[in-house]
Design a binder for this molecule. Structure first.
Ligand SMILES: *Cc1c(COP(=O)(O)O)cnc(C)c1O
Length: 355
């Protein structure tokens, strides 16, 4: 049986700002529960959002024993709220937990916490097109453990931030630099876990790319520096002239995206096969130059679909579809985001409605 969640309502409640900047605003409350080896998970509560008090030797601060998730609450036209495949997020959270030697959470409690939390914060779910309430489940190792032995105390929390549409100025393409030097993750490492260290490891390359005018980095496999893995913190898809789509197969160093999985189920219904493949960077760039590859896009919860207009590698630039978003990316974006917002029928049972 799932334990009840105590609710302590904040005395002062904030307002949804008119302009939303990603990650700039947080809601009034947070969910939290604690874990101790002897007691298991306990003290599940939703209370006022507040700073954490941590021992300076807490394992998370030194050895990055941390995992997180990212999902959104969407405002429907009828005023209700949708969550999108939250069961998949909690399943991945628990897979990440196992990889990082952290205790799994009770999936039913985590889902109940998400629903109660979003319900309490419902006035923070924006109604503007493309806007949503971004939810960030997190777990950290709180025990003071400089000796690197397995930590025994953990904090699981969920915070929320209202975010604007990713495409403020319309569906737009980004320019991407293929990293020739840095690698995001290795097979056998923690690339398939949503854990903070992967993102810290990616900052150097994204900073270098930004300084050269590229908004994202395309990551190649660490062993040969040859096979395409991901773009930024998104999965990546290639559309071929015959309408088929390919995405890198999950090799162990690629994060298994829920958007990616959703597209694999959705694309065939829209007449596009979406197959997993091993994609060699040189062959892909030649395919772009020959017009065999007509569209490239990233996919993930943040943008749903993020079209790529240019790929730069070893000093040469390859323009895809005249640098503009293509029709396949647009149709997949409109259909999947329509399902999320409830304006397109959901034949998959993905949407969880809060009314
Ligand atoms: C979260 C994430 C994705 C996308 O996953 P979604 O479940 O679709 O949001 C892809 N790659 C990386 C590295 C990620 O962290």
């Amino acid at each position: 049986m799932t334990v009840p969640i105590a609710i302590d309502v904040a005395p002062e409640r904030g307002q949804l700002p008119e302009t939303l900047v990603f990650g700039a605003t947080y809601t009034d409350h947070m969910f939290s529960q604690r874990y101790r080896q002897e007691a298991g998970w306990h003290d599940a509560r939703i209370g006022p959002l507040q700073p954490l008090a941590l021992h300076p030797a807490a394992a998370v601060l030194h050895y990055s024993q941390e995992i997180f998730e990212g999902l959104k609450a969407y405002r429907r036209a009828d005023g209700g709220i949708n969550l999108f495949r939250p069961d998949q997020n909690v399943a991945r959270f628990n897979r990440s937990a196992r990889r990082m030697v952290m205790p799994e959470v009770d999936a039913a409690l985590h889902l109940a916490a998400l629903k109660q939390f979003v319900d309490l914060e419902r006035h923070w779910v924006p109604a503007a097109p493309g806007a949503s309430l971004y939810l960030r489940p997190t777990m950290i190792a709180t025990a003071p453990r400089l000796d690197l032995s397995a930590a025994t105390e953990f904090l699981h929390f969920i915070i929320a931030s209202p975010v604007g549409g990713y495409f403020g100025a319309g569906f737009q393409s980004v320019d991407v630099l293929v990293s020739d030097q840095c690698r995001r993750a290795v097979v056998g490492g923690v690339g398939e876990a949503k854990t903070g260290g992967n993102y810290a490891a990616s900052l150097y390359a994204s900073d270098a790319a930004a300084r050269q005018g590229y908004q994202q980095v395309l990551w190649l496999d660490a062993r040969e520096g040859r096979f395409i893995e991901e773009v930024g913190s998104m999965n990546i898809c290639f559309v071929y002239a015959d309408g088929s789509i390919r995405t890198p197969a999950l090799t162990g160093s690629i994060l298994p995206g829920i958007t990616r999985d959703s597209l694999m189920q959705l694309a065939p219904r829209l007449g596009h096969s979406l197959e997993e493949a091993q994609l060699d960077i040189d062959e892909v760039l030649a395919g772009i130059d020959a017009g065999e590859i007509t569209e490239v896009f990233g996919c993930g919860t943040s943008a749903v679909i993020s079209p790529i207009g240019r790929l730069a590698f070893r000093g040469s630039e390859h323009v895809i579809g005249g640098g503009q978003p293509g029709p396949v990316a647009r149709r997949l974006y409109e259909t999947l985001s329509g399902i999320q917002y409830g304006s397109v029928e959901d034949p998959f049972g993905w949407v969880v409605r809060l009314d």
